[in-house]
Design a protein around this ligand. Structure first.
Ligand code: BDP
Length: 712
């Protein structure tokens, strides 16, 4: 009887411990099934030698031991052993390690970088600092988890960007500005005493892909976080992150000296305001000695800022930078700005405000710029500020959470979009001046460099709600480490780590990821359309929106559909936004055969014949139709994987793909209906008419869609 109970217990454990709920992300260190390879790895890796002198080095050693033991199915011991085969790791200043390195190699290993090499006897892991050891350890595990030959271990990697941060748009009440994976993972109410194990798992997942910072609060900031009790909560989180090499940052509400300090103004020129910030920063560093600094959204969408006092972004940013400077902290000042006045073209505003300020910011300030000039649309041209501020470090802000790309339910491999942006040539210093070269500092010699990603993480058991959202988190981190990586390589790597090595699985999944971005653009905003989502929640289509008092919050402002045609003229005859780019880039963006950006830059007649040989109207309809069909095809492709994927993850993705198919169809039908009501043209022959009337689509409301701000 006892035995039976035990057996049941074991079966129960096996089942639940292996339940594939997505929690483990890409860190799946299960025993390697390929017996030959396992034997060969096991023979080569018999011990780990890695002094864990600092907390971060200790983490590297511990992760390596856990990972290797898992993958090899045996306990890999920690020893100083030199004679046998194993992992020999340590800092380049460590004589044991230094002995295996040439002087040239020692010089080439930079901050946070590492050398990882198999020389037939040992796996050498050498780094300049402890973070390098951690990243190198995770690289080794990634390599073995993919069952790649040890002989291929020959890497010298340095991160291309210094600041690699997630931005959590999370509020102190645990809601998230644009979160689609549940609530915020930060349980402020129970901190600092209660430390959710997720905090550690979060830090670990990020460290495994090289993230070294986390801004834990929303850019629409709440100054309450500066109250002493909240700072103690922040310090508790920082303590969990620290051994994983992750610094904590906060968003700073510009009016905090008034909100928390009771001062009558937040004027950056006021000595009292400066003192308040100075004291507050000192208090923060007493609690968190390695605090990273502030992220600031000022004078944008109603957020307070220096312009309220007749001051500039420079005055505001420099005041905070001065307070942080003595402690090594930085300011990430956002360029996502809106003036209170109606702009002639919103796409031009940030450039107009920031370019004149180039060179006036303190050395510890970076300007954080969204990838495109409007707002994280499915496809945008690059932000014209990239390449336009040679004297001020400009960092990238990508949105990992899919506010405008299907939110929590669509499979869209964002790495494709980011790759397009990063590879775009700004021509700022002649041909080859890509966005990546601006960001990594090689173009203008920026001393500070960085990339931020608006996080898609929440309390969902699998972290991101949609399992494939993990691929976006992963890809962001990999690109922050090295913006020159190819999206296809990242998709492949993520798929292998997450779903295993079976080529029947890996092939289709990477294809799905690689094609999905274009698919989404087609069924949402083809041919350069943008910002035609529903108002507020941005959930679903809303091209008809034209009644909001603020012009640039209306879809009609962006698509400018009228009886003649469609699109925003940003050329010489229109808003002239095109002129904010260097001539060669402007020529490419403005080229009417470049259909990706056609309606972004031109108002085109419905009847005009495009380079495809079809009229604009016909092309638009066909693009929507094709996008919807491709979304259905994604679902079909997934069904072929059923025999090879665990039921739980298979089902989760299936259900999401069904939603995507439905919503892609909704986008197609609603947009075709609406644009037809303006163009008054017949549908191209053979195109299935929209399922419902335009009125039906207009009447759909979703008061509780995530991201809808409650109307108190
Ligand atoms: C927009 C979001 C809004 C954010 C804003 C920002 O809709 O919720 O607060 O960007 O980036 O995309 O500040």
């Amino acid at each position: 009887m006892k035995r039976l109970v035990l057996l049941w217990f074991l079966l129960f454990c096996t089942f639940f411990l292996h339940a594939e709920d997505g929690y483990r992300l890409w860190l799946r260190w299960d025993r390697i099934e390929n017996k030959t390879l396992l034997r060969s790895y096991s023979g080569q890796i018999t011990f780990i030698r890695l002094p864990g002198e600092t907390p971060v080095a200790g983490t590297a050693r511990q992760e390596l031991q856990t990972g290797l033991s898992g993958l090899l199915g045996k306990v890999v011991g920690l020893e100083p052993g030199k004679t046998r085969k194993g992992v020999v790791g340590g800092l380049i200043s460590d004589p044991v390690v230094a002995a295996y390195l040439s002087a040239e190699e020692r010089d080439r290993i930079g901050e946070e970088g590492y050398l990882l090499r198999f020389d037939g006897m040992r796996i050498l892991l050498a780094a300049k600092d402890d973070r390098g050891l951690l990243y190198g350890a995770f690289h080794l595990l990634r390599h073995l988890q993919q069952q790649l030959p040890l002989e291929q271990l020959d890497f010298l990697e340095n991160p291309k960007m210094k600041i690699r941060v997630l931005n959590h748009w999370d509020n102190l009440d645990r809601t998230s500005e644009r979160g689609y994976a549940g609530f915020s993972i930060w349980n402020w109410h129970e901190l600092p005493e209660y430390i959710d194990p997720r905090y550690r798992d979060y830090a670990r997942a990020n460290a495994s892909v090289g993230i070294n910072g986390s801004v834990v609060t929303n850019v629409n900031a709440n100054a309450l976080v500066f109250r002493r009790d909240y700072l103690e909560k922040v310090a508790a989180l920082a303590a969990v992150f620290r051994p994983y090499g992750i610094k904590i940052y906060l968003t700073a509400r510009f009016s905090a000296p008034m909100d928390q300090g009771g001062l009558p103004s937040a004027d950056p020129q006021s000595p009292k305001v400066q003192k308040w910030w100075g004291d507050k920063v000192k208090e923060i560093y007493e609690l968190i000695p390695d605090f990273g600094g502030f992220l600031v959204k000022a004078n944008s969408e109603g957020q307070p800022g220096p312009q309220q006092y007749g001051r500039t972004h420079v005055d505001g940013a420099n005041m905070l930078a001065d307070a942080l400077k003595p402690y090594g902290g930085i300011v990430m000042w956002r360029a996502f700005v809106y003036s209170d006045k109606e702009p002639e073209d919103r796409a031009k505003q940030a450039y107009n405000e920031f370019v004149p300020l180039d060179g006036q910011f303190r050395e510890n300030v970076l300007i954080q710029v969204k990838n495109g000039p409007v707002d994280f649309q499915p496809r945008e041209p690059i932000h014209p500020l990239f390449g336009a501020m040679p004297k001020t470090p400009v960092m990238m802000e990508f949105q990992i959470t899919k506010e405008y790309l299907g939110q929590g339910t669509h499979l869209v491999g964002l790495a494709s979009m980011w790759e397009e942006v990063l590879n775009t040539d700004t021509y700022a210093r002649g041909k080859g001046s890509t966005v990546s070269k601006v960001l990594d500092g090689s173009l203008f010699g920026y001393q500070l460099t960085g990339m931020a990603g608006v996080a898609n993480i929440g309390t969902a058991r699998n972290w991101t709600g949609h399992i494939f959202g993990q691929a976006d988190w992963y890809a962001f981190a990999r690109l922050a480490w090295n913006p020159y990586l190819e999206s296809k390589a990242i998709f492949l790597e993520w798929t292998r780590l997450t779903f295993g090595l079976n080529p029947q699985v890996v092939g289709p999944i990477t294809e799905m990821l690689a094609s999905s971005y274009e698919t989404c653009v087609r069924y949402m905003t083809p041919l350069g359309l943008h910002h035609i989502m529903a108002e507020g929640s941005h959930y679903g289509p809303g091209p008809w929106i034209d009644q909001i008092p603020r012009a640039e919050w209306n879809s009609a402002y962006y698509h400018k559909a009228d009886e003649q045609g469609l699109g925003f003229d940003r050329t010489e005859t229109g808003s002239k936004a095109l002129a904010q780019y260097r001539p060669q880039l402007a020529e490419w963006y403005g080229d009417k055969t470049n259909l990706r950006f056609l309606l972004w830059f031109h108002h085109v007649e419905w009847k005009e014949e495009l380079s495809t040989g079809r009229t604009l109207w016909a092309e638009l309809c066909l693009q929507y139709d094709q996008g919807a069909r491709e979304a259905s095809a994604l679902k079909v492709k997934w069904t072929t994987l059923q025999p090879f994927i665990d039921t739980e993850r298979y089902e989760q993705v299936s259900m999401h793909l069904a939603i995507q198919e439905k919503e892609a169809r909704w986008w197609r039908d609603a947009c075709i209906s609406y644009f037809q009501s303006v163009s008054k043209m017949d549908l191209p022959e053979g195109l299935a008419p929209p399922k419902y009337s335009l009125l039906y689509y207009k009447m759909l409301i979703f008061p509780y869609a995530p991201g809808t701000r409650p109307k108190w």
